[in-house]
Design a binder for this molecule. Structure first.
Ligand code: DX5
Ligand code: ZN
Length: 227
């Protein structure tokens, strides 16, 4: 098992102290910064748009992992690439011609990600894995931070891992929602590579410490059931 890639989600930051929170991530062991874009249509919530993203980018020193929870994402791919996204992830459920969308993301010089809502089977991606750099397995219903991990998604990560192995795909598996020190180990064991963490980082007393603990967690011995 290699060290997990930790991607704190800025959605859980204090937006009145955005620069401070971005700097905390800059100086931490976090690998990426996760950016949740919600349009009030694909998900029942609105987060923020380009002016805020550009403000984040001005200070962020980590790669920007942009998760688009929006309908018709094709309309904005270029703008997100220009705004500094390293990875752009679109939802399977929002794309009629997903292969075209993912190819466009690569043409724009970004890594191409696709997110699956809870009900979408991993096999939906089987025929287009060549176009995918990253699969985001939603571990909650998207739209809000602070929710509890949906248990069935652990098994789904296992299925995705098997499918990627079968097709010899180097795509990374990312998980998003309800991840904390209690849930990260089983998700890592199931085969996830990238862990999005909002609440359990930004609501912690010491976010940098929380990130360090999450990064080490999958390597620690689990307490014995006898203890
Ligand atoms: C939810 C977002 C997540 C969210 C995770 O729709 O995609 O990235 O911020 O937050 P926590 O870690 O609080 O579940
Ligand atoms: Zn997200």
């Amino acid at each position: 098992m290699s060290h997990p890639i930790i991607a704190p989600s800025i959605l859980a930051a204090d937006f009145a102290n955005l620069q401070r929170d971005v700097e905390i991530i800059n100086h931490s062991d976090a690998d990426w910064l996760h950016i949740d874009i919600m349009d009030g249509e694909f998900v029942p919530n609105i987060s923020f748009g380009f002016p805020v993203l550009e403000a984040i980018r001005r200070y962020a020193q980590k790669p920007l992992d942009v998760h688009l929870m929006i309908v018709q994402p094709d309309r904005y791919l270029e703008q997100f690439a220009q705004a500094g996204a390293t990875t752009i992830t679109v939802h399977y459920e929002a794309c009629t011609h997903l292969h075209r969308t993912l190819s466009r993301i690569r043409e724009l010089g970004c890594r191409a990600g696709v997110a699956l809502n809870l009900q979408t089977p991993v096999t939906a991606l089987e025929d287009i894995l060549d176009a995918v750099d990253q699969v985001l397995i939603m571990t909650i219903n998207p739209g809000f931070g602070g929710q509890k991990l949906v248990r069935s998604s652990v098994q789904k990560v296992r299925k995705m891992r098997r499918l990627l192995a079968e097709y010899q795909s180097p795509a990374l598996i990312e998980v998003d929602g309800g991840i904390d020190l209690d849930t990260i180990t089983e998700l890592a064991e199931a085969g996830a590579d990238v862990f999005v963490v909002g609440t359990s980082v930004f609501k912690a007393a010491d976010p940098a410490l929380a990130i360090r603990q999450l990064k080490e967690r999958p390597f620690l011995q689990r307490p014995s059931p006898m203890a």
